[in-house]
Ligand binder design. Structure first.
Ligand SMILES: O=C(O)CCC(=O)C(=O)O
Ligand SMILES: [Fe+2]
Length: 346
């Protein structure tokens, strides 16, 4: 990812003019910061409001040890500092989607980043193929680099802690929709959640590229840690402007994913976001994508549907959605990646 001249720069990184970031215009509008140590009723109200307005918010006093966040950031830096050949020993591919990868595409444009993906539950199970009639499933597993030696332990400990927070958020979001706190728990029994360590190297062409192109997370929700550099932007619903998410030290960002949008029958929406590049500083971020089990059929929850407010999505299978989506992360394809709105009824 070290391109010193434009001629070495892979044109696959270049965003179409309308999607290029305006680096100078930074809108200041602050995302809500929700203190999870407050009274639950109050927290639920604040979450409901934040989910409606933004689909994105910070949480503090979240229960994940702060030193663990520092440790995973440090060990991740050591990993990405390794020579490329060494990182590639744990390279992800179409057979094993977990591990190191440096050429992911979002909406068919290459992202200026390298990543390391690992499952929260090892092993996990996914459909064997995206073909609708294929009912086989297959096992996917983590692959770990030998260096740095503590990388695996730190990542696994971090995943366990953040998973607890993800369940807590699921519960609070369910309560904010007027459901029981454990309404959605059973969908996560064989969860397909994974974590991604994102490294965005310094970028000489921040006006042409993005670290991650605009997208919505297909998860139920995402629990995201970011370092102090900044670059994440969220699309404001009221006017479509891109708002930069100022880092709040040791807070987590919670963003709603597509699965919650479908369950809530559009009461909540997953927010579009992207990452703009920095020509001076590298950046690290670590999302935990909280995914239901592959066999879960996603559809609006019965409690939230009635005659006046009929279901806006037809049912679809989480696992098939996941594997279909993953196919196009690996290479530029000519067709649009599958999106949740393809299952919209009206
Ligand atoms: O790096 C970030 O802050 C966000 C990354 C992200 O949106 C993603 O990996 O889905
Ligand atoms: Fe994302």
């Amino acid at each position: 990812m070290e391109f010193s001249t434009i001629s070495e720069f892979d044109p696959a990184f270049i965003q179409a003019p309308e999607y290029r970031p305006k680096l100078k215009v930074i809108e200041i509008d602050k995302l809500p910061i929700i203190d999870l140590s407050n009274d639950t009723k109050e927290v639920v109200l604040e979450i409901g409001e934040a989910c409606k307005t933004w689909g994105f918010f910070h949480v503090i006093n979240h229960g994940v040890p702060l030193e663990l966040i520092s440790r995973i950031m440090e060990t991740s830096k050591e990993f990405f500092d390794l020579p490329l050949e060494e990182k590639k020993l744990a390279k992800r591919d179409e057979v094993n989607p977990m591990g190191y990868y440096d050429s992911e595409h979002t909406k068919n444009v290459r992202d200026w980043k390298e990543v390391f993906d690992f499952l929260a539950k090892d092993p996990s199970f996914v459909p064997a193929s995206h073909e609708p009639d294929d009912t086989q499933r297959r096992t996917i597993r983590n692959q770990w680099p030998a260096h740095p030696p503590e990388f695996r332990d730190v990542c696994e400990e971090y995943a366990r802690e953040v998973e607890k927070l993800a369940y807590k958020m699921l519960e609070l979001i369910s309560l904010s929709l007027g459901l029981s706190g454990d309404r959605l728990h059973s969908c996560f029994k064989d969860q397909l959640s994974f974590l991604r360590v994102n490294h965005y190297p310094v970028c000489p062409f921040p006006k042409l590229t993005l670290g991650v192109g605009r997208h919505k997370d297909p998860s139920a929700l995402t629990v995201l840690a970011q370092d102090e550099v900044g670059g994440l932007e969220v699309r404001r619903k009221s006017d479509g402007a891109w708002i930069s998410v100022e880092p709040v030290p040791y807070a987590f960002i919670i963003n709603l994913g597509d699965a919650t949008q479908v369950w809530s029958n559009d009461i909540y929406e997953s927010a579009e976001h992207r990452v703009v590049m920095n020509s001076e500083k590298e950046r690290f971020s670590i999302p935990f994508f909280f995914y239901p089990a592959h066999y879960v059929m996603l559809k609006p929850l019965e409690e939230l549907v009635n005659e006046q407010n009929p279901a806006r999505y037809r049912e679809f299978n989480m696992g098939k959605f996941y594997v279909t989506r993953n196919r196009s992360d690996f290479k530029k394809r000519e067709v649009e990646n599958i999106q949740m709105y393809h299952f919209r009824i009206f």
